[in-house]
Ligand binder design. Sequence first.
Ligand code: SAH
Length: 372
Amino acid sequence: MRTLKDRILAHIKSSGPMSVASYMSWCLLDPKQGYYPTRDPLGVDGDFITAPEISQMFGEVLGLWLIHTWRGMGKPETVQVVEYGPGRGVMMSDMLRTARLDKDCFAALNLNLVEMSSALEAKQAETLANAGVPVSWIDNLDAVPEGPTIVIGNEYLDCLPLRQLVMKDRFKGARGWHERMVDVHPENPEKLIFSVSESPISEIDQKFLPVNTPPVKDDDLLEINPGLRQIVDALQRRFVDNPGAALFIDYGLDETELGDTFQALKNHKKVDPLDEPGRTDLTARVNFSDLGRWAEKAELVNFGPCTQGQFLSRLGIEMRAISLSKSSPDAKAKIARQLHRLTDVHEMGTLFKAIVIQTPNLPEPLGFAGRT
Ligand code: SAH
């Protein structure tokens, strides 16, 4: 069978270079040979590890956020909980353990999982088999039954297809940005390389560029993530008639910065994103200020971004670590290491951020010190 790389090379040879966003979609989402549909990439034996896979404490304190948000909605009898990209279902399973502390809240939960990988969907079904709440898989937010809604996504936004733009002539302003493409090496027909489109981005794209971009020089690179706007559009459609709150946690920036952050991980190591299409995890940092800006335009209310360290601390993760260590003293050192990894400024504590986007009629969410 032809590999995904062969198919990408053939496609470029017949139709011309493809944008980084198309390349990312082919690599991550191709149903037969894409990265996510064909494997379980998570954990120590996989390519990367995420916060819920590091420690149960992560999902458990998010369970408190869930209870608090449900209470703030006026304790509805049913609440639609939607998780984007649930991985192996570990975070949700840990959240549910905490949610059980409030019986009425637990009884209200109806789970809807948005997952495109059948391999991971099977894992989620296994992990959540005895969850004690109804679970279904849906294609998108529009398919969720009406009613109050709580959305959550950890390390989901960073894998949405990313566009990269290169400044060719800064005196032209927005018309100076050209799309960065993936092309075939002129002398080696088996090798993929980056190139830059001859023509500037379209006028429509120019209107959607991030604001507050720092001063730009020629050849600077700017990343934009069209998926963020699509997520906010989906939230806006949903939240018109249904009170709702959405929590996203991911690695990224609270201001727009220039630079190339498109990266590939294999066996926990960084590799060239063009080397093994479909066999490495591709991500880029999330521009939270842009996400917040779209949310404001949609007349939704934003809290954050705040750092993961602050957020988890405000949710009481240190207390949880103490109580877990008391009940299993042998695991004390391990629990301390996990806590450090999730919250320390040199580990995930600062690089990762949390943001809540919600309808204006809801009280302030847990974990944020005021509105931004
Ligand atoms: N939230 C999990 C997994 C993060 S990995 C955790 O924290 O451990 C990214 C997840 O998003 C995977 O479950 C992947 O299959 C899913 N995913 C990636 N792109 C997607 C898309 N376009 N639509 C739905 N799910 C997607």
